[in-house]
Design a binder for this molecule. Structure first.
Ligand code: M6R
Length: 571
């Protein structure tokens, strides 16, 4: 989490334009933001505000924060400066050994002004620069520091920006007369499509029209400039009040785009992907949050056609499985940067497994460390809640399962999604009856179970209502004790699912307010599909819309829910 940017140009630019660039990374964290332009150090708590000034600069570092060490305060906001203000830094990651470093630096006379781990790095460099060159200090840093970092540094009297990376994403954007360094390509993708990705334990000296990368021993390395291409929707709100709704409304288009890509530009990769799955003795998905729910659906689909597969929550990966050279590990990730997933992949690779990933953000770390990678082509997703990316992850799961014999017509999926959109008013009315509730339950069985969990997650993160997504069959093993008169229970009632019907009757008998999302059977929300795979996708969209309207009723910050960030790059 946290977004960092450095810009070094031989032409002056407006500071407010640089801050607009930081705004493009705000989904990485929005507790506080700040910048340093060589003269002014500015920082402020809260969402990024574009400054009302015509001040200009030709060199700047900027930061948007998701707090890890130290509260959300102005003192803890980045950039941080060393005691004599010689070194200014912006950091994403966690310096694990910061406490012992800090103690040593305090003994040498450094005065700390924040509670953060990050501030240590500014003092570290100032201390080193008393006797060493910046390059030597960078080499020492890579040896002395434990933890993760994407770090940009400005040093008084030096016209370059320095950048170092270990485990947190960092990329150089090569522009005309200007170089950019940032947490991801969004920061500069409107200006240049030429980028160089930092690998672990590399650092670079970045001038206005030159740059040089070094390895951890200080040896120069020549890296290839990559030209990136990214299918993208308009990244402004257009006529929508929130990105969440805009992104839900893009679902039919992005599904079409994904399905088209599987027959065209991704055709060969798709075939290779399926081939790897066929050859593997064991297929194991790994993912977090919403992406985990997509993987769980994938596992259900594959089991339906006789293929054994499993999925493990990324942060628990190494506690559960034996992976070896016969295992195909399939990470699913919207951002392609989720630290828990990357850590699981490191573990898997160490044990000889092959990695075939499914990501949304192109050139992301997960894509780059995979043997093969499929893109879900959902385009940039700005709202913290995953919506269109989930729909495309699951569409891809269905397309994969189809290769193994799962019976589904995906061609009419965009049209079916449009049909769900026609029920927006009904869903809004349901939200009006539910928004004051403190708890609700979402029940599903079989293919609808992962969807129940996904709907509950969406409701929790955006509307702050406690929601539990459960297997209908598990309810009677304890949770049913919580059902009382008026408790809302959303039931995902697939055609012919008689057991689920019974489960809903059981809660209704105890006074629950049952809201059914059903196909064929008469219910509160009727979805038109007889395919149980597609039913799951469409029901999840009903859940997305319901969440949106709940949060609207509650007047919550829909796109930027409290305590969260879109890209979770810490463990
Ligand atoms: O970028 P990823 O798909 O790896 O992210 C995983 C989760 O952090 C993410 O899905 C999260 O749960 C979403 N905010 C849910 O809407």
């Amino acid at each position: 989490m946290c977004g960092i940017i450095g810009i070094n140009s031989n032409e002056e630019f407006y500071i407010k334009d640089a801050v607009k660039r930081l705004k493009r990374l705000e989904y990485r964290g929005y507790d506080s933001f700040g910048y340093y332009d060589g003269t002014i150090l500015f920082n402020q708590v809260g969402h990024i505000k574009i400054p009302n000034t015509d001040d200009k600069s030709s060199r700047i570092i900027l930061h948007t924060r998701w707090a890890t060490h130290g509260g959300v305060t102005k003192f803890n906001a980045h950039p941080h400066q060393s005691t004599k203000k010689k070194v200014t830094i912006a950091h994403n990651g966690i310096i694990k050994n910061y406490e012992e470093l800090r103690e040593k630096l305090i003994k040498k006379g450094h005065e700390f002004t924040s509670e953060t781990d990050s501030e240590t790095t500014a003092h570290y460099f100032e201390e080193k620069l008393k006797t060493k060159t910046i390059k030597e200090a960078c080499i020492d840093f890579l040896n002395d520091i434990e933890g993760e970092f994407a770090l940009v540094i400005m040093v008084e009297g030096n016209e370059n920006i320095y950048a170092l990376r270990r485990d947190s994403p960092l990329v150089l954007g090569v522009g005309t007369n200007t170089n950019y360094v940032a947490s991801d390509i969004y920061a500069f993708s409107d200006i240049t499509n030429m980028a160089i990705f930092f690998e672990n334990n590399e650092f670079a000296e970045i001038g206005t029209d030159h740059f040089q990368f070094y390895d951890k021993k200080g040896q120069k390395i020549q890296k290839e400039v990559q030209t990136f291409k990214w299918e993208q929707e308009e990244s402004t709100l257009q006529n929508y009040d929130h990105f969440m709704m805009k992104e839900i409304m893009e679902e039919p288009i992005v599904v079409k785009r994904l399905l088209f890509s599987l027959k065209t530009e991704q055709k060969i990769n798709f075939e290779k992907f399926i081939d790897l799955m066929r050859k593997a003795k064991k297929v194991t998905f790994v993912a977090a949050g919403t992406s985990y729910h997509a993987s769980l659906l994938g596992v259900y689909y594959l089991h339906k056609c006789g293929i054994e597969a499993q999925t493990i929550i990324a942060s628990e990966f190494e506690h559960f499985i034996g992976v070896d050279k016969d295992t195909l590990v399939i990470p699913i990730s919207q951002s392609g940067e989720t630290m828990d997933v990357i850590e699981a992949l490191k573990y898997a690779t160490k044990h000889g497994a092959k990695i075939a990933s499914i990501v949304n953000v192109p050139y992301s770390t997960i894509q780059r460390i995979s043997e093969i990678s499929l893109n879900i082509f959902a385009g940039q997703e700005i709202c913290v809640a995953a919506t269109k990316s989930f729909v495309n992850q699951v569409t891809l799961m269905l397309a994969i399962a189809k290769e193994f014999g799962y019976n589904v017509n995906l061609e009419n999926l965009p049209q079916r999604i449009e049909e769900v959109f026609t029920m927006k008013e009904t869903i809004k009315e349901i939200a009006k009856t539910l928004f004051k509730q403190k708890h609700l339950y979402v029940l599903g069985r079989g293919l609808s179970y992962p969807v129940a969990r996904e709907i509950a997650l969406k409701i929790k993160e955006i509307s702050y209502i406690h929601a539990e997504g459960m297997m209908g069959g598990e309810l009677k093993h304890g949770t049913i004790a919580l059902i009382e008169k008026g408790t809302p229970v959303i039931g995902l009632l697939n055609e012919n699912d008689y057991d689920m019907r019974s489960n809903l009757k059981e809660v209704a008998a105890r006074g629950a307010n049952v809201i059914s999302i059903s196909n064929k059977l008469k219910g509160d929300i009727m979805i038109s599909t007889s395919n149980d795979g597609k039913f799951g996708i469409l029901a999840s969209i009903v859940g997305q819309l319901l969440t949106y309207y709940l949060a609207r009723e509650l007047k919550l910050p829909i796109d930027k829910p409290r305590n969260l960030a879109k890209s979770v790059t810490v463990k």
